[in-house]
Design a protein around this ligand. Structure first.
Ligand SMILES: C[S@@+](CC[C@H](N)C(=O)[O-])C[C@H]1O[C@@H](n2cnc3c(N)ncnc32)[C@H](O)[C@@H]1O
Length: 105
């Protein structure tokens, strides 16, 4: 059973509203605008807790070789975790060049 839950502090509702508005107003460009403005309420500076929990739980028999595609990878924390924990060859993609640049740092 999972012991980690999202921190309420991470749920900034004003920022989430800004995300919705940016995408509604600018379509796919809305994501890059959000990265540029630093409005990234999903960011924890680490892989998503739910993914960490799932990998640590051993509940799923993930492949130990092969490839993994990580769409919408942001700065790539989930991709790094999947590559390091499972040893998969990861292709991480994001529509925002700023997200990719952030992931290189
Ligand atoms: C909610 S964020 C999650 C980022 C990352 N997965 C994480 O958990 O930190 C969604 C990400 O998907 C990207 N994205 C949105 N639409 C996309 C698309 N059509 N193709 C690739 N990336 C996309 C955004 O730029 C953004 O970085």
């Amino acid at each position: 059973m999972s012991t980690s839950t999202p921190s309420p502090a991470s749920l900034d509702h004003a920022q989430i509203q800004s995300v919705r508005q940016s995408i509604a107003q600018h379509g796919n460009d809305g994501w890059d605008r959000l990265w540029e403005a630093g409005v990234t309420p999903w960011e924890t500076g680490d892989a998503q807790l739910s993914l960490k929990d799932l990998l640590e739980s051993g509940q799923i028999d993930f492949p130990k070789s092969g490839h993994a595609l990580i769409p919408g990878c942001g700065r790539g924390f989930d991709a790094l975790l999947i590559a390091s924990k499972l040893g998969l060859d990861v292709l991480a993609v994001d529509i925002s060049p700023l997200a990719i640049d952030g992931g290189k740092k």
